[in-house]
Design a protein around this ligand. Structure first.
Ligand SMILES: Cc1cc2nc3c(=O)[nH]c(=O)nc-3n(C[C@H](O)[C@H](O)[C@H](O)COP(=O)(O)O)c2cc1C
Length: 393
């Protein structure tokens, strides 16, 4: 580790401090002569809860701050990851608001549109701190407008937040799986046609189950795209986990969001054993959380998650658990099914799952049994098609 016992070179100060990232805000205000002013600032921070104070640090030489200071109030506009253009614009001295969407807040300060949040302040105090000021703002009101990833600044570049536990997909892995799934597309199409549903092939890419191919029966439109991702978190991916390596299945179980519920682990384990034994797994439709689940999975696939949204998504997935519980099919009853899933194997390793979705509603037990047979049959054929394709390589 380097130690700087003597005078530190300013370049070194910059270089070391450049290893720390910041968020990006634009401080806006109406100056005393009625001009809308904005200044991009990375040194914004929350300071005190009681009283509510925030701060930012303009350089003492800043002409923009000299003008902002003539206002009675200012607005802290927290930029979203897709607002880099605003950060660049307001990093120039005297930047105009021409072409920028904004409105005037009750406090008298301009509010930029499309931001994550805005915090309205009056000046509490302006303290001198070396070649900068520390401006303390007394918070008057505040709002979240878009709960999305904020814009971040690091070593001269702009970026956005990504959750460390959510993998970025490697395109290479995905492309390889898309190619392999081509070998059993005909088997997928057959079962989609026979059932009148959507049949997709999914595989693990990074730590997510990912759609790599979809076949549709006439009149059915695809619900997800190629590349749609499903978090490999119980109960999702149950069939895959049932035939995954024991270590991987334990890791899957370890992601169960409801560990606090005593019986839940045992139920997951029983269901894994059942799926392994039968070679298929099924989830029933319910009013809730299906809509929430569709929304959650769409947002998950879209990426750009905030930790709060990821926590909500995990909660929705957790509450989907009961739809995966085994039910005895009773003659005379009818059932709405969300999905039926069967494995595509190679050399006793799971490679893909085939998933039927958008199944006809109100199925009788006989229909369900026929669909399960058609799917497991297609999955067995797909395993054979895959083996042939791999042999030819
Ligand atoms: C990402 C980013 C963060 C910035 N943070 C600050 C800051 O914390 N304090 C500051 O004085 N200037 C900061 N600036 C520079 C000002 O935006 C810029 O100096 C000002 O808007 C225009 O110059 P002027 O202050 O001489 O008018 C930052 C610029 C960028 C691009």
């Amino acid at each position: 580790m380097d130690r700087d016992d003597h005078v530190i070179d300013p370049a070194r100060f910059r270089q070391v401090l450049g290893h720390y990232p910041t968020g990006v805000v634009v401080i806006t205000a109406m100056t005393s002569d009625g001009t809308a002013m904005g200044m991009t600032v990375g040194s914004f921070s929350s300071v005190s809860l009681d009283p509510m104070l925030v701060s930012f640090m303009p350089t003492a030489a800043s002409r923009s701050f000299a003008a902002l200071r003539t206002a009675t109030s200012f607005c802290v506009n927290v930029l979203a990851a897709d607002q880099e253009i605003l950060a660049r614009r307001f990093a120039r001295s005297g930047a105009s608001f021409d072409g920028v969407a904004w409105s005037l807040a009750d406090t008298g300060a301009p509010v930029l549109e499309g931001t994550v949040a805005s915090i309205h302040c009056t000046f509490d105090s302006v303290l001198e701190a070396g070649d900068h000021y520390v401006v303390l703002g007394a918070v008057q009101s505040l709002d979240v407008h878009r709960p999305v990833s904020p814009l971040l600044f690091f070593q001269g570049g702009y970026g956005k937040f990504s959750i460390a536990s959510v993998d970025d997909h490697s395109p290479g892995e995905m492309i390889e799986s898309v190619h392999l799934a081509e070998s059993f597309r005909a088997d997928m199409q057959d079962v989609a046609d026979a059932v009148g549903a959507e049949c997709s092939a999914l595989t693990l890419v990074g730590s997510d189950l990912t759609v790599v191919s979809t076949a549709l029966a006439d009149g059915v439109t695809a619900q997800g795209n190629l590349g749609s991702r499903i978090p490999y978190i119980p109960p999702l991916g149950e069939m895959y986990a049932a035939l995954d390596t024991p270590e991987a299945a334990e890791r899957w179980l370890g992601r169960a969001p409801a560990l606090e519920d005593e019986g839940v682990m045992e139920r997951y384990r029983r269901r894994l054993a059942l799926a392994r034994e039968r070679g298929w797994s099924m989830s029933f439709a319910g009013e809730y959380p299906d809509v929430a689940l569709v929304d959650a999975l769409r947002d998950y696939s879209g990426g750009d998650l905030t930790p709060v949204r990821l926590a909500e998504i995990r909660e929705v997935i957790r509450s989907a658990n009961r739809y995966y519980e085994h039910r005895d099919l009773v003659d005379g009853e009818r059932y709405d099914i969300t999905s039926i899933v069967a494995p595509v194997m190679h050399d006793r390793d799971i490679q893909f799952v085939l998933r039927l979705r958008q199944l006809p509603r109100q199925a009788t037990p006989d229909q369900l049994t026929a669909w399960i047979d058609a799917l497991t049959d297609a999955a067995a054929k797909a395993s054979q098609s895959l083996a042939n394709a791999l042999k030819c390589r």
